[in-house]
Design a protein around this ligand. Structure first.
Ligand SMILES: [Zn+2]
Length: 247
């Protein structure tokens, strides 16, 4: 089977919040791991200009990915400006074509901000199409095909109308809690900004709270939750449940 996983997210720290524990477990199981963000996080600052903060956040994202031996990619889009259009879809198809993922994680289709929803659409479309020979000018790698596609939780587990997301799949990340915290803490610029804003280490606390709440639902200490895309042409069986069953 194709043991290459890609987390395609909007911003440089989204994968760390939403699926890094699962990526770490897949890495342990021998998978190649790629993390991609649409933007370099150019609006994640109160003081730097967009080029300074993009450079800082690219370094932080690469460092975080390095903690699980993952390769980091960035599409070079701008925060708040990610759209589903032909140029961005072409970039997404080319990204997928270079990686040839057999398993893809992305944002929930309905989430708190539009960059997340647009990347969710781009990931869905690129998953469906990247293996078609004429979908990209880049060479078609062996193993290319419609991958398993999982949507991560929306932020705080709720859609924009406040409805709770209903996961299809849970992954036990109790053993990855420290690693996830170290990965997230690599995004020092964002952690400092939020700590100054909230007067507490909300950046790390929010992730711990969410993983614990999903863990309780699955009867374990900490979990990441996902909704599997099961539309026509996508693999329907729950790969995460068979690879990483809850014990
Ligand atoms: Zn984000």
């Amino acid at each position: 089977m194709n043991k290459t996983a890609l987390a395609f997210m909007a911003h440089p720290d989204d994968a760390e919040f939403l699926c890094a524990g699962t990526l770490a477990r897949l890495k342990e199981a021998g998978w190649a791991i790629h993390i991609a963000s649409a933007t370099a996080g150019d609006c994640g600052t109160m003081t730097d200009d967009r080029w300074q903060i993009s450079a800082i956040r690219t370094r932080e994202a690469r460092q975080a990915a390095g903690l699980i031996g993952a390769t980091y990619h960035c599409l070079g889009e701008s925060d708040l400006m990610v759209v589903y259009d032909k140029p961005t879809l072409r970039k997404s198809l080319d990204l997928f074509r270079q990686i040839a993922p057999g398993l893809v994680f992305t944002h929930a289709p309905k989430d708190y901000m539009m960059d997340h929803e647009m990347v969710s659409l781009l990931a869905r479309a690129a998953s469906f199409g990247y293996a078609a020979p004429n979908a990209s000018a880049l060479p078609r790698l062996e193993g290319s095909g419609v991958p398993y596609l999982y949507y991560c939780d929306p932020i705080e587990g709720i859609d924009p109308l406040g409805h709770e997301a209903r996961p299809t799949s849970y992954v036990d990340v109790s053993g990855q809690s420290d690693l996830k915290l170290r990965m997230l803490a690599s995004h020092a610029s964002q952690r400092q900004w939020l700590a100054a804003h909230h007067g507490m280490d909300e950046y790390l606390e929010a992730m711990k709270r969410h993983d614990a709440a999903r863990g309780t639902e699955a009867g374990i200490a900490a979990a990441e939750a996902f909704g599997q895309h099961r539309g026509h042409a996508y693999p329907h069986d729950d790969l995460l449940a068979s690879l990483l069953p809850i014990k």
